[in-house]
Design a protein around this ligand. Structure first.
Ligand code: SF4
Length: 284
């Protein structure tokens, strides 16, 4: 099968950095001194399993870490969590993406300047939760249905989860504007790397018979990519890896497109593309 790969796909610099920081920390830690990631280091099951095999332990809460090294993933952590880790005397390795750090700083500054901090994003996402910990009573707006959460007559300082699509950010901003809030300060905190992946995916999915979006099912940016591609190509499938592919869906298709979220490792993409190309020649 002919396979075209999106020009921009796979690891962004924030995730690549977090993985290399994790690998370096694991390579240099002393025997018996465990390395813990506070939450999965990235939203990719295969990569988390690979790193677990070389010693990275994933925990859900600070309370689960008693000693050793705590690694802060690219999504960051709330200041309260960092303080708790410090209080336990743990060694902390911070792999928070620099853009995410910037968003956290913006939230603090907005609050200092008297704005009610509003973040457009998914309140269950760790990046959003970390930002929520940087100011008091941050309001999270998932979509237009959440506008009732906004306090009347407040001065709103609006930011966005880095991996949301510009279309979604714009739509929610429009709805807030229409709701009569007059004192708004909007800071565009969308990540350019995520936007480039979205543009590149949309361009590619229009040219192919079938489109594959590779990445974790909990990865926000991968889900965004899949949703976008579905709008332009109904034959879009979000898969985590080659093993998940039902070969029957390839029947009658000549050209396949492949893209991947910012947390999808190169080896998953390479394996998928290689097998898909071979499917044509060898029948899978
Ligand atoms: S998608 Fe953007 S903000 Fe998120 S980790 Fe990657 S570079 Fe950082």
């Amino acid at each position: 099968m002919k396979v075209l790969v999106a020009e921009q796909c796979g690891f962004c610099h924030g995730v690549r950095n977090a993985i290399s920081v994790a690998e370096e920390t694991l390579a240099h830690h002393k025997r018996g001194n465990h390395v813990y990631s506070l939450g999965p280091i990235i939203h990719n099951k295969d990569e988390v399993e690979r790193l677990a095999k070389v010693g990275l332990k994933t925990v859900a809460k600070v309370e689960e870490i008693r000693s050793g090294t705590a690694l802060i993933r690219s999504h960051g952590a709330a200041p309260e969590q960092i303080a708790k880790l410090e209080g336990k005397g743990l060694s902390i390795v911070d792999a928070t993406c620099i853009l995410v750090k910037k968003v956290q700083h913006i939230a603090k500054e907005l609050e200092k300047d008297g704005y009610k901090v509003v973040i457009i994003g998914d309140e269950d996402h760790p990046e959003v939760q970390a930002v929520m910990g940087c100011a008091t009573d941050v309001v999270v707006i998932g979509d237009e249905n959440d506008l009732h959460k906004l306090p009347q007559n407040a001065r709103l300082g609006i930011i966005c989860q880095t991996t949301q699509s510009p279309e979604h950010f714009g739509r929610v901003l429009g709805a807030i504007g229409r709701s009569g809030f007059s004192d708004l300060k909007v800071i565009n905190t969308l990540c350019k790397e995520a936007i480039k992946r979205q543009e590149s995916a949309v361009q590619l999915c229009r040219q192919v018979d079938i489109m594959f979006v590779l990445g974790g099912l909990k990865s926000a940016n991968t889900c965004q990519l899949a949703e976008l591609c579905k709008k332009y190509n109904s034959q879009t499938f979000h898969l985590q890896n080659w093993k998940e592919l039902d070969k029957n869906i390839l029947s009658g298709k000549n050209i396949a497109g492949v893209t991947a979220g910012a947390s999808t490792p190169d080896w998953i993409i390479a394996e998928f593309v290689k097998n898909l190309e071979a499917f044509d020649a060898g029948g899978g």
